[in-house]
Write a protein that binds this ligand. Structure first.
Ligand code: HEM
Length: 220
């Protein structure tokens, strides 16, 4: 086996690749949350922004790349957690928590990811591949994303589902970011790493939640 192949089959190789994919996904959610701020400026600003994004010639390539990175992260998360379970055959009545042990938030990273996965499937099924509506601005026909988002988020069920999923995404980002950076040996000073990860995830989560609440109030 070549060195590269055996690296990706090694435990550290799998974790590092999963970490790189996780960091790329952090980049995506950050830019998605930033771009979504245009929702506060009304339908024309948001729809024009969305239209300019999807009209970029490289958009299909970026979308494919995102899907690829997402699949790598997901498949490796499953593989890594199977290996982790195999290497820990004993379950203790009381597992150590706190500084020396693993916190519940850290040990539930896999399940947090699975909930985020359900959210993303539902999110794409409704907004990316859902029923389309169009609007024309200055002679340019585009998707009326603002109305599509509003049609879902005005329903209490969807608004609540978004808020709960975004909170779980926040915990996943904070702990996943720390875990990824530690895989690359970046954990000094540890308090700064924790602070940075929590600030990052709080910014992303609060941004999305504010956008959901704004649309819920505007459309309901
Ligand atoms: C306020 C909350 C959110 C709103 C209003 C929102 C809105 C949208 C819209 C309108 C699209 C479709 C873009 C298009 O097809 O032109 C989209 C795509 C997408 N969103 Fe969200 N989103 C939100 C939160 C999230 C969160 C929390 C995640 C991740 C966990 C996420 C992940 C995605 C992904 C993966 C796509 C597909 C991107 C692509 O096709 O390239 N979104 N979102």
């Amino acid at each position: 086996m070549s060195k590269v192949v055996s690296y990706f089959f090694s435990s550290i190789g799998r974790k590092q690749l999963m970490g790189v994919a996780g960091l790329a996904l952090c980049g995506f959610v950050f830019t998605h949350a930033l771009g979504n701020y245009l929702i506060f400026f009304g339908a024309e600003a948001y729809n024009s922004y969305s239209h300019s994004l999807v009209s970029m010639p490289i958009f299909p390539i970026v979308e494919l790349g995102l899907l690829g990175v997402f699949l790598i992260h997901l498949i490796l998360a499953i593989v890594v957690s199977i290996y982790n379970k195999k290497s820990k055959p004993l379950t203790y009545a009381k597992s150590p928590r706190g500084k020396r042990g693993t916190s519940i938030l850290h040990s539930s990273l896999f399940w947090q990811g699975m909930i985020v996965l359900v959210f993303i499937i539902m999110h794409l099924a409704t907004l990316r591949f859902g029923e389309e509506s169009y609007i024309v601005y200055s002679g340019v026909k585009m998707h009326d994303m603002f109305a599509m988002v509003g049609a879902y988020l005005k329903q209490s069920f969807f608004a609540l589902f978004y808020i709960v999923s975004i909170c779980i995404l926040g915990f996943h980002l904070a702990h996943g970011l720390q875990a990824s950076l530690k895989t690359f040996g970046i954990y000094h000073p540890e308090t700064f790493l924790k602070f940075f990860s929590w600030i990052f995830s709080a910014f992303v989560s609060f941004s999305f939640i504010a956008q959901v609440i704004f649309m819920f109030i505007k459309f309901s």
